[in-house]
Design a protein around this ligand. Structure first.
Ligand code: ATP
Ligand code: MG
Length: 139
C-alpha cells in the first residue's frame, strides 16, 4: 500500500455546474498524477455504503441522496504526502470557511454540495480506491 496516494470524487454539484475540467486542471497543476479515473454514478445503495462511516451523523440520509443525484468523477491520485496535500488543495468542508484559491472555495456552494471528496487517511484512501477501481484500471 502506498502512502503517497489519495482518492477523490468530483461530486454531483460540481459535475452539474460544469466544473469537471477546471477541477481536474487544478488537481494536475498541483502536482498530482492521475492513477485511475472514472465517470460514473452512485446509486443510493452504493452511496450509502461509501459513506457508511457517517451513518450515525444527522446529515447522513441527505448526503446519501445528494451523492446519488447525478454522475460523479472518481479518481486515485498520487503525490508526495498525498492525503494532507490534497486536503489543503480542496479546503475546509464548509466552502464558506475554505481558504481563498481552494477547490471548495472556487466551486462549492454549501457544506453538503461541496464539490469534491478527499480521503482522510492512507487506510481510507486504499478502501475508497478499491471501492471504484479494479487493478487493471490503475496506471
Ligand atoms: P469528504 O469526506 O467528502 O472529503 P470532509 O472530510 O471534509 O469531506 P466529512 O466530515 O468527512 O467532511 O463529511 C463528509 C461529507 O458530508 C462532507 O463532504 C459533506 O458533503 C457532508 N457534510 C459534512 N458535514 C455536514 C453537515 N453539517 N451538513 C450537511 N452535510 C455535511
Ligand atoms: Mg471525510
Amino acid at each position: 500500500m502506498s502512502t503517497n496516494r489519495t482518492f477523490t470524487m468530483i461530486k454531483p454539484d460540481a459535475v452539474a455546474n460544469g466544473h469537471i475540467g477546471a477541477i481536474i486542471n487544478d488537481i494536475t497543476q498541483a502536482g498530482f498524477k492521475i492513477i485511475a479515473l472514472k465517470y460514473t454514478k452512485l446509486t443510493s445503495e452504493t452511496a450509502g455504503k461509501f459513506y457508511e462511516v457517517h451513518a450515525e451523523r444527522p446529515f447522513y440520509k441527505d448526503l446519501v441522496s445528494f451523492m446519488s443525484l447525478g454522475p460523479i468523477v472518481a479518481a486515485i491520485l498520487e503525490r508526495e504526502n498525498a492525503i494532507e496535500e490534497f486536503r489543503k488543495l480542496i479546503g475546509a468542508t464548509n466552502p464558506a470557511e475554505a481558504a481563498e484559491g481552494t477547490i471548495r472555495k472556487k466551486y462549492a456552494k454549501s457544506i453538503e454540495a461541496n464539490a469534491v471528496h478527499g480521503s482522510d487517511s492512507d487506510e481510507n484512501a486504499q478502501i475508497e480506491g478499491d471501492f471504484f477501481f479494479a487493478e487493471n484500471e490503475r496506471f
